[in-house]
Structures are given as structure tokens and as C-alpha cells.
Write a protein that binds this ligand. Sequence first.
Ligand code: TXA
Ligand code: MG
Length: 335
Amino acid sequence: MKTLMLGADQIETAAQILRSGGLVAMPTETVYGLAADALNGAAVAAIFRAKGRPMDNPLIVHIAALDQISGLVREFPPAARRLAEVFWPGPLTMILPRSAAVPAEVSAGLDTVAIRFPSHPLAQKLIAVSCPLAAPSANLSGSPSPTTAAHVMADMNGRIDAVLDGGECAVGLESTVITLAQGTPRILRPGGVTAEQIRSVIGETVIDRAVTQPLGKDETAASPGMKYKHYAPRAEVLLLDGDDSAFEAYIRASGDDKSAALCYNGEESRLSCLCIPIGDKEDDNAYAHNLFSALRKADELGCSRVFAHCPKQEGMGLAVYNRVIRAAGFHIIKL
Ligand code: TXA
Ligand code: MG
């Protein structure tokens, strides 16, 4: 199949493809999503094939108006309403009891459905002129999520109908996923809205253990996506936990001409390998914004190993940590 590259003035073409059951990659403020009509089970099933995604990993349904939610969930509890008022549109996904109108394919058979109201204007327009859209990140399953239309093409050219080009994604990593379907609200995946921000609105909120720890063999994932290898480039990712001089010394001792470092601005001159800057030190928003594109860059440059700084586990740092430990196969090198 030929994959069309569509511009912002071709939203109607994208909407037609979606209405007739096709697949369109769309920009959002987090990462690009691979969208299909959320109420068309066959179209949704095609997303899983195009990505090579395990069928037991459910998808997020994207809306562009609050009133669309009533057709998708059985309940919209008060805590979810408050979060919606403060953080929607934006990088927050809420898991709620699923309405029977949502095909089983979307939720991989679960009794819940994940809902998000993205803030990207093109995503909003596309949903407004088509329908609620089921969309996972638009990468091949296991790879870093795409933050530009070119990244989507690199993974999906020939596998989907079209890519709607909306430029570079602002946040750079995926939305925060929180379940409000039962008991105390629980963050299953940290992202663009931090745990601290969520607590300031609804109070007690648990962070699921799987956010920072590998799952045991017999444990069930609250969020099925958390059990798979994820966000990994072809290159091996080495996550180094220590101060900057220890980071530099480790690379001096073990780097080679096939290694790259994801480095802070200004650190290049002190590192003895290829450098891919990820922003200012202590700027976790910049690290989040640049992480996936930097991992893809390392592959483009033919690197076999990538050294990365270990971020702090708070604020946006927790979201970066959650991605980068998975990219590193949960292996942290303590310096
Ligand atoms: O920012 C984002 O969330 C992006 C953009 C495109 O919106 N989407 C995204 O989708 O990251 P995806 O499919 O790559 O990640 C969705 C995560 C997965 O870990 C999945 O297991 C979890 O959300 N999830 C979806 N529905 C769920 C449900 N009903 N219960 C538990 N976890 C769910
Ligand atoms: Mg994904």
C-alpha cells in the first residue's frame, strides 16, 4: 500500500480514510498516534497488524469534545471530571468503565476503556470532522515512539494509508495513564501531566509499582503495555546512574567509535564519544522532549551502544525514567 503524506490543509482527506475504515497517523502534543475509527472493530484490528502489536494490549480512544465521552464509558466519576476540567485537553489518559458501544478490540477484552482529549489542534480538527479515534503510538511495536512525521514514515511507510504531518510533538513522550475505574486512583504510566499535578487536584493517588520496577514472572500488569519491551532502539541502551564526572569517566573507559552519549548541552567537549544533546542539565522537560528522537538518531548513525543519564524519579523525570529503564531492559549501571 502507498502511504500518503498529508499536510494540515488535507484534513478532509484524512477524515475520509478514517470514515472508510483506514489507518491515519496523526500528530498529538505527546507523540504521533496511529488512528482508526474507535467504533469500527475491523479498522481497530488493522492497527494491531500494522504495528505488530500484541492483541492483548489495549488502545486509547481520543476525543475532541467532552460530550463524546458519554457514548464511550458507563461512568464518569467525580474525580475524573475534576481531572478533565483541569488537564483536558492535554497529555492525560483516564481509564474508565467501558460502554458496550466500544468494540472489544479497542480494550483487548477488558471491561475498561482509556480516554484522552489531546490538545494538538490538528488532532482535534481531525476528530471533530471524523469520529472518536482509537490510537496507540504510531511506531512499530517495541520501538521508540515517533515525535515527527518522518519517524512515523520510517516505521510505517507502506503499512498504513496516510500520515498527517503536524510538525514536531511538543511533549515528546506519551500521556500519563491513570485508572479511575476502581479504588484509589492509580498512575499506570507517568507522562506529560505529573503525579504531583494530579495529587494537587484529586488528592491521594498511587503510583503503580510497574512504573519503576520490572514485573515478576507471575504478576499481571494493570496496564498490559507495561509488560512488553518498549521504546528500544536497535542499539543497546546503557543507563548510567551517577554524577557527571563519573558519567564522563565511564564513557572514557568503555566507549568506542560505535558508541553515542545522550548528553546535556555543553557536555560534548568532555565526552570521548559521539554526542547527541538532550537539552540542559536538570531540564527534564527537554530530556522528555528529546529522548525518543535521540534514540532514533543513534540508530540512524549506526551506533551499537547508547549511554544515557539516569533522570530523577520525580516530576517529568519520572516519565523519562519510566521510558529509559525500559529502553535499557531495566538494567541500571550504578557509578
Ligand atoms: O500520548 C499518548 O498516550 C499516545 C498518543 C498517541 O495519544 N498514545 C499512546 O498509546 O501512547 P499506546 O497504545 O502506545 O499506550 C497506551 C498505554 C498502553 O500501555 C496500554 O496498555 C494502556 O495505555 N492502556 C490502554 N487502555 C487500557 C486499559 N483499558 N486498561 C489499562 N491500560 C490501558
Ligand atoms: Mg506505545
